[in-house]
Design a protein around this ligand. Structure first.
Ligand code: HEM
Ligand code: NAG
Ligand code: NAG
Length: 239
């Protein structure tokens, strides 16, 4: 490359990397004392400091605002879930929770998670590579379509149903599980079409990190609750 072109190129790179969101929100591995949840997104937000890194005393507003700031999901969608989450609070303040309060089975936590073991087998909240593999082996393309996401989810439900003598997965759990698939498709895909970037979804689950380095940016337009419901309905139709 010509030296002038090279200088121009590095000026562009410098300008482009100044003031990016990860300068204010660097990813840090949690310490053993930090609390974490079964939700890969909330854990990622704590790892980036969008939520308290220690995972303690996090308010409903902190969750709603942190999600909006990081991934532009409408409070219309996150607030009801955050309020439900706070019913599992052990902080002594009904408006705050510790992230590990979300391990409580039956509030949001359910069987047939995509990347966690069922409560019957013990650890219901830590990332489990074997279970995640049984789910993510469906992702053979650079993007995850609605049909692929639905097939991967259905397979996890069948395997968990076959393995767990205490398996509990009624209409409520099914609905929550569909919403979780809708959420990753909405945040890492295009509108309500699905097609989430496989690499970005993989980084979220495996590393509990927002995939900025892989090109992810906060969606410019807010993801609405209607978008999430539409995606969840499409997943139901494809299941
Ligand atoms: C108010 C906000 C939220 C709360 C309280 C919350 C809480 C939870 C909980 C408790 C689980 C565990 C369910 C289980 O598998 O047993 C979960 C799973 C999940 N959440 Fe969240 N979440 C929130 C927002 C989000 C957002 C914005 C995303 C966007 C990507 C997301 C993505 C996921 C995914 C993909 C799973 C499935 C994990 C798995 O099955 O292994 N969540 N969430
Ligand atoms: C979920 O897992 C945690 C830690 O392994 C455990 O303390 C908790 O009791 C589990 N939930 C249930 C209902 O077993
Ligand atoms: C949230 O709900 C309000 C009231 O229904 C609505 O006006 C607004 O457009 C919604 N925001 C998004 C992003 O969906």
């Amino acid at each position: 490359m010509h030296i002038r072109a090279l200088l121009a190129f590095s000026a562009v790179v410098t300008a482009a990397s100044a003031g990016f969101v990860w300068d204010d929100h660097p990813w840090q591995r949690p310490t053993p004392e930090d609390r974490r949840s079964p939700c890969p997104l909330l854990n990622s937000l704590a790892n980036h400091g969008f939520l308290a890194r220690d995972g303690r005393d996090i308010s409903i507003d902190d969750i709603v605002n942190g999600i909006e700031e990081a991934v532009n999901l409408s409070p219309n969608s996150s607030r009801p879930v955050a309020e439900l989450a706070a019913t599992a609070s052990t902080t002594g303040n009904p408006k705050t929770l510790n992230l590990d309060d979300l391990n409580t089975h039956g509030v949001i936590e359910h069987d047939a998670s995509l990347s966690r073991e069922d409560t019957y087998f013990g650890d219901n909240h830590s990332f489990n590579p074997k279970i995640y593999h049984s789910f993510s082996k469906f992702f053979t393309e650079p993007v995850i379509s609605i049909e692929t996401a639905a097939a991967a989810r259905s397979s996890r439900i069948s395997c968990a149903r076959a393995a767990n003598p205490d398996f509990e997965f009624g209409a409520d759990q099914d609905r929550v599980s569909r919403l979780e698939t809708a959420l990753y498709l909405a945040v890492f895909g295009k509108g309500t079409e699905g097609n989430a970037r496989t690499k970005w979804v993989d980084v979220l689950f495996r590393e509990e990190r927002l995939p900025y380095r892989e090109g992810f940016r906060r969606p410019a337009e807010a993801i609405s609750n209607d978008d999430i419901v539409e995606l969840a309905d499409k997943i139901a139709a494809a299941s």
